[in-house]
Design a protein around this ligand. Structure first.
Ligand code: XUL
Ligand code: CO
Length: 433
């Protein structure tokens, strides 16, 4: 036991009337919603990097957090793991997520970094035997170190491509060993700063080959989890190749990987791409690509990726509604890729940021589930397309323009516009949220 959380007890569900700051008001893991426990619907995960590795810097200032485990030794990395699992226990979260660079010190050589990772993975494995928290996903940090400044898989330097491939292999091995449910690829440097020095055709070919190798290796080692790409339009690169759901779908189709790779969709990234979160989720679901979510918002005024904990029930309800419509998570879950504000220095802040976000998501899920169960909204949606139930209309989809044109004249087809009833549906929505 470390003394970092100074005896904070595990957070329990006390109901909406509770006055206890350290209690859940809405997140009740055992409550059954639409036939499934709330914990299994939401599948919360803590992001190791923001909660335990991030020092609190911003573009104008450096470290504000002073954590006893900050530093570059294996002993400190193990203390960090001890604190992390203590926090997982306090929150009762079923999952966590990590990058290699979050959990182990960088070595002087690739081999030393790999050995450091393996040692920490063994340390995690031992902890996971006596704690309930499992691994939602692992990933490689292919963006912080200066070697990745011009990209990882898309770097003009083949040695960086090689380093990246070796790193992803070691992180997939780590994820596999810890029985991770998914492996994530987020390409923050897979893009460009300027087109003036960039060969787009070559870079996207390399990205496609790299992803194919990841998929091959997954099958080779028998990793049963899902491979997920996390789209983001920009930041840190000026332009990122995995811009949004639609762009990644085109990329996967091009390389024949659409049946092999799904998506990890982040709320803040959707907004940066000029979409709503629910748009990205609905589109991914319609393409069969919905994998997992990063539930962290951005500041709507600042225009960059502030990675804040979610605080808006109506927004989150839209997201969980789409997830419920898609049938819920399978390997995926709700990862809080969210960091404290840099003034939130206290250990309590770390706990309450998560417990509050879990409550926001639980409340949103409950509202979305009640509306989904009521079926009025879905009935209205079905009714809007009801004309397509008629065989003569279905037949048009396999016919051609000439036959359809002949039908229009023969039957005197003359469409009568119908209301889309948007405000009525918004009123319905607001009765639930
Ligand atoms: C960056 C981001 C990453 C990925 C994992 O914006 O979201 O933390 O989630 O690399
Ligand atoms: Co993310």
């Amino acid at each position: 036991m470390t003394d970092f959380f100074k005896g904070i007890l595990p957070i329990a569900y006390e109901g909406p009337e509770s006055r206890n700051e350290f209690a859940f008001r809405h997140y009740n893991p055992d409550e059954v919603i639409l036939g499934k426990r709330m914990e299994e619907h939401l599948r919360f995960a803590v992001a190791y990097w923001h909660s335990f590795a991030w020092p609190g810097g911003d573009p104008f200032g450096g470290q504000t957090f002073d954590r006893p485990w900050f530093g570059d030794t294996m002993a400190l990395a193990k203390m960090k793991a001890d604190v992390a699992f203590e926090m997982f226990d306090i929150l009762g979260v079923p999952y966590f997520c990590f990058h290699d660079a979050d959990v182990r010190p960088e070595g002087a050589t690739f081999a030393e970094s790999r050995r450091n990772l393996e040692e920490i993975v063994d340390y995690f494995a031992a902890k996971m035997e006596s704690h309930r928290t499992k691994l939602l996903w692992g990933t490689a940090n292919l963006f912080s170190h200066r070697r990745f400044m011009a990209g990882a898989a898309t770097n003009p330097d083949p040695e960086v491509f090689a380093w990246s491939a070796a790193t992803v292999k070691s992180c997939m091995d780590a994820t596999h060993k810890l029985c991770g449910q998914n492996y994530v690829l987020w390409g923050g440097r897979e893009g460009y700063e300027t087109l003036l020095n960039t060969d787009l055709a070559r870079e996207s070919e390399h990205a496609g080959r790299f992803l194919s190798m990841v998929v091959d290796y997954k099958h080779k080692i028998g990793f049963k989890g899902a491979i997920l790409i996390e789209p983001k339009p920009q930041e840190p690169s000026k332009h990122q190749y995995d811009y949004d759901v639609a762009t990644v779908y085109g990329f996967l189709k091009r390389f024949g990987l659409e049946g092999e790779v799904k998506l990890n969709i982040e709320q803040g990234h959707a907004i940066l791409a000029g979409h709503s979160f629910e748009h990205e989720l609905a589109l991914a679901a319609s393409l069969g690509l919905l994998g997992s979510i990063d539930m962290n918002r951005n500041d709507y005024q600042s225009g960059w990726d502030t990675d804040q904990f979610p605080d808006s029930v109506p927004e989150m309800a839209r997201a969980y509604y789409e997830i419920l419509r898609a049938g819920g998570f399978t390997t995926g879950g709700t990862n809080f890729d969210a960091k404290l504000r840099r003034q939130s220095l206290d250990p309590e802040d770390l706990i309450l940021a998560h417990s509050g976000a879990m409550d926001v998501c639980a409340r949103a899920l409950k509202a979305a589930a009640a509306l989904f169960a009521d079926d009025t909204l879905e009935a209205a949606r079905r009714d809007r397309y009801v004309g397509w139930d008629k065989p003569e209309n279905q037949a048009m989809l396999t016919s051609g323009l000439e036959a359809i044109a002949a039908r229009v004249e023969a039957e005197g087809i003359n469409p009568a516009p119908r209301s889309g009833r948007q405000e009525r549906l918004e009123n319905l929505w607001n009765r639930y949220v």
